[in-house]
Design a protein around this ligand. Structure first.
Ligand code: FES
Ligand code: MG
Length: 576
């Protein structure tokens, strides 16, 4: 490592002998820092999404202490700071409403403070993209440390997965196959250690995407939260960020087009969450990398799903780590020429250097190319008169027999309308029907919640029906499964064609042809459009108003329009 004496950004605060230098140092000294920690060494922010209201991140204070060890050891000064934390399970109306707000918090906190580099402490779904987006817009050296997944759930002698088995259990209760008492018992069995969802849900997917993009040390994606090696990874990341500051290795050097293409391929191999589509588009927007929905389809299409994890497959994150974790997947894809092997990572080395000897210890969990879980994994982007700007579907989590389907729509104009109607035994619906949910997009809900995987009507569940085609402008949890078409653009609340669907309209889905068609004449649609009234409520002020006014559509990453781009980290003016 070369450590030539450079002046770091923080010297503009701490390296001065005037009144302002006094102010910056003196107040910091109330924390018990000896004078020489302000000698021009790299100051490393630890951006922490710790919160007891975000259970998936509740252990991140302790993990940050491990990061600090590494920073001190390498001659840096660690300073931990909180940003808003978004937990999927508690936030209403949806954590997604706040992803962009968190990213602003991160970006502004970094720029305004005397930090030279940052460790991003992430966990629950939105915390990873939000911190990456904020850090990318500021472009200081940054490394991600994820909290890691929970240990496998254990219930009645079997492994159960976060979310995925909850959706199953809930349908089993409705179908009379599981008692209320068993259902309650499963609660404690599903979440039995610190960490985030241990299925290949959005948290695990995004931890994997951070590693795939080159923004973490190898193995960040899969080490369980409570495995001592997670602490080692945090410690080593603390060491590494200090070196990165010396090398001035910034996100803009890592987050190149090649890194995003790698991430799309790796997402396909992981059977990752559809939410990664929106998050990667948003991160790319922050660094000025042109990335589109069609890139997702084109680049991801030929990638086989190799990792056999719920919700697409059988296993869980603990199994994935013991089998070899993400490095084994990187190696396998690179050996089949499906990766830009030379893409730079936070180690300062190309991704292949980090993974070229990675073993695969269990080919049931991480399958080989001749025996994939799904031949063409990835995310399918569908278009047609129902979704002119695109919609997505995850083939690995869908039913093969529904990938080509034609059926009559059963329409719900809101999530409340759905809840009210779906329980009605008189509802005209059968297994060929297509459930359509409107007004759950970014502006319409607001915040684009994870309600797209609508539960099936109880009367069909009782008959043993397990899947139906469902279409909406909402998202779904990365832990969910089914033939669910999501992120329909433009959204219904903006007057997209989804808003014009009525009960009984025939809808055609052909995933192979990437087609989503509403079989209603253009004249009739034009007539319905004239009658259409925007469902957007009157503006109430506050953050929600800003969000609704500025949020972009899902096909563009659902960022706020004025947050796109990198604004750098210069602040010329002093505070006193
Ligand atoms: Fe936090 Fe799934 S709810 S990761
Ligand atoms: Mg989620």
């Amino acid at each position: 490592m070369t450590q030539e004496k450079r002046q770091f950004r923080s010297a503009a605060w701490f390296g001065r002998s005037d009144k302002d230098g006094f102010i910056h140092r003196s107040w910091m000294k109330n924390q018990g820092f000896p004078p020489d920690v302000f000698d021009g060494r790299p100051v490393i922010g630890i951006c922490n999404t710790w919160s007891e209201l975000t259970p998936c991140n509740a252990h991140l204070r302790a993990l940050a202490e491990r990061v600090k060890r590494g920073i001190w050891e390498m001659g840096g000064l660690p300073l931990e700071f909180p940003v808003m934390s978004t937990g999927e399970t508690n936030l209403r109306p949806t954590a997604m409403l706040y992803r962009n707000l968190v990213s602003m918090d991160v970006e502004e906190s970094l720029r305004a403070n005397p930090v030279d580099g940052v460790v991003l402490m992430c966990g629950c779904d939105k915390t990873t993209p939000a911190l990456l987006m904020g850090a990318a817009s500021c472009d200081l050296p940054a490394i991600v440390v994820s909290g890691g997944p929970m240990l496998n759930g254990k219930f009645h002698g079997k492994d159960i997965g976060s979310g995925t088995d909850l959706w199953r259990f809930s349908e089993d209760v409705k179908a009379g196959k599981m008692s209320q008492q068993e259902f309650a018992e499963a609660e404690s069995c599903m979440s039995r250690s610190a960490g985030h969802c241990m299925t290949m849900g959005t948290a695990s997917t995004m931890a994997g995407m951070a590693e795939a993009l080159g923004m973490t040390l190898p193995h960040n994606a899969a080490i369980p939260a409570v495995d001592s090696r997670r602490s080692v990874l945090a410690h080593l990341s603390g060491r590494r960020i200090v070196e990165m500051v010396h090398e001035n290795l910034t996100p803009s050097q890592i987050l190149k087009r090649a890194a995003f293409e790698n991430a799309i391929r790796i997402n396909g191999a992981l059977g990752g969450s559809t939410n990664a589509v929106i998050h990667l588009l948003a991160i790319a927007g922050r660094v000025g990398v042109p990335l589109t929905l069609d890139d997702w389809d084109r680049i991801g299409r030929d990638t086989p799903t190799l990792v056999d994890l719920m919700p697409s497959g059988r296993f869980l994150m603990e199994d994935f780590y013991y089998a070899g974790g993400l490095p084994a997947v990187v190696r396998s894809l690179a050996e089949h020429q499906l990766l830009h092997a030379d893409a730079l990572t936070v180690t300062g080395k190309p991704i292949i250097e980090n993974c070229k000897d990675a073993p695969n210890w269990n080919q049931e969990v991480i399958r080989t190319f001749d025996n994939p879980l799904v031949k063409q994994g990835g995310v399918a982007v569908l278009r047609g008169n129902l979704a002119p700007d695109g919609a997505v579907l995850k083939p690995s989590a869908a039913s093969a027999e529904l990938m080509q389907h034609r059926g009559p729509a059963v329409v719900f104009s809101s999530v409340e309308h759905y809840h009210e109607r779906i329980m009605d035994p008189q509802l005209e619906v059968d297994e060929n029907s297509v459930l359509v949910l409107q007004n759950c997009g970014p502006k319409g809900y607001p915040g684009m919640p994870e309600v797209g995987n609508m539960g099936l009507p109880p009367k069909l569940l009782a008959r043993g029906i397990k899947d139906m085609v469902r279409i909406s402008d909402a998202r779904m949890s990365g832990t969910a499964y089914g033939t669910v078409i999501l992120h329909v653009c433009p959204e219904a609340a903006l007057g997209g064609p989804l808003a014009l669907v009525r009960d009984g309209d025939m809808i055609e889905v052909d995933v192979k042809k990437r087609r989503l068609h509403l079989d209603v004449s253009d004249d009739e649609l034009a007539r319905r459009r004239e009658e259409w009234v925007s469902p957007l409520p009157a503006m109430q002020g506050g953050y929600q108003q800003m969000y609704i006014q500025h949020v972009m559509q899902a096909c563009e990453g659902a960022d706020l329009d004025f947050l796109v781009g990198c604004r750098g980290n210069k602040v010329p003016r002093e505070s006193h």
